[in-house]
Design a protein around this ligand. Structure first.
Ligand code: CO
Ligand code: CO
Length: 321
């Protein structure tokens, strides 16, 4: 394996394991590269259709996070042998309909038996290799824009603990099912170079990855970070998934909190997200036009911070600029 990963000369592999990103990128010619990614996970909600749709939106998100346009996918499924066939069918239907919404053809796939269900897609897309978004593309002076709120981890954990309020769950399911297609389109229009999607490593974890890859410092303004309606309700009760604590243990040493923060406020920024939004570095002189276009498109977008010289992540209560 070592030979293949470290010694294999693959000049057309533009993004691979050398500098891990949201997806691998393989150059086809000067104008086109293939974006390849896969993701699958255990159910985050009880409804099988919603689960399939969320898993598909999440899998396609890594193509959007590279600035790509997905076109083809395969199902990856592990299903318990005693799962009623109508439930399995609903999971796959949720995935297929979400793929269709994205203009993606699901051309096949593979299913194995397993005790706990798992579902996702292998997704392929195209990107202009000169215009791909990477985690290394942030520039000092960029504004950081986030396109979905935080609070998915605490809310789905509240569901697992039978403590969720139905309206909070409905809100979060709606966000998790939403494709990042519009956010990626905006990023291409305004020539974004630095981007990722906020998923399991949390806002601060993914921000730290981008800061390290780009050789910059990321600044986050806590009061500017959008939260779902129930996020603080569950965070105050410490209804966090284990991953929030793992993220803080792993990424915390590179994060500085300036000013007064409650412990649960800090932990909320480490909350793992499923099918979260894109985090985009937008050039300061294009930010006004970017936000105006987002509003015109009905695309959610919040300026949550910026990029400056240095390293790591610093979080203040306010001061976006
Ligand atoms: Co990603
Ligand atoms: Co992923």
């Amino acid at each position: 394996m070592k030979e293949v990963f470290q010694g294999f000369d693959a000049p057309d592999l533009l993004v691979g394991l050398g500098a891990p990103d949201d997806a691998a990128v393989w150059r086809l010619d000067d104008d086109r590269a293939l974006v390849v990614t896969t993701d699958f996970f255990t159910p985050v909600v009880d409804d099988p259709y919603d689960y399939g749709a969320i898993a598909a939106a999440n899998s396609l998100s890594d193509v959007y996070a590279m600035g790509g346009v997905p076109f083809l996918a395969l199902n990856v499924a592990a299903l318990p042998p005693d799962l009623p066939p109508e439930i399995s069918a609903e999971i796959l239907r949720g995935g297929a309909e979400k793929a269709r919404e994205a203009g993606v053809v699901v051309a096949g796939g593979h299913t194995v038996q397993d005790k706990e269900p798992k579902f996702g897609l292998i997704a392929l897309g195209f990107v202009d290799p000169r215009r791909a978004f990477t985690k290394a593309g942030l520039k000092v002076g960029d504004a950081l824009v986030l396109t979905k709120p935080l609070g998915f981890g605490v809310t789905t954990t509240a569901l697992k603990q039978d403590k969720v309020r139905p309206e909070d769950l409905a809100e979060v399911v709606g966000w998790m099912k939403r494709l990042n297609v519009g956010a990626a389109e905006l990023g291409r229009t305004f020539e974004v170079r630095g981007a990722t999607d906020v998923t399991g490593f949390s806002l601060l974890g993914h921000a730290q990855e981008m800061a390290a890859a780009s050789g910059v410092q990321v600044r986050i303004a806590f009061e500017a970070v959008p939260l779902t309606a129930g996020a603080t309700h569950y965070a105050r009760q410490y209804i966090f998934p284990g991953g929030a604590h793992d993220n803080r243990a792993h990424f915390g040493p590179q994060v500085t909190f300036e000013g007064q923060f409650e412990d649960w406020e800090q932990l909320l920024l480490f909350d793992p997200q499923t099918s979260g939004g894109l985090l985009l570095g937008v050039a300061a002189d294009r930010l006004g036009a970017f936000m105006a276009q987002a509003q015109a498109d009905g695309q959610a977008a919040w300026v949550v911070g910026g990029v400056e010289a240095g390293s790591g992540v610093r979080v203040a209560r306010d001061q976006v600029g």
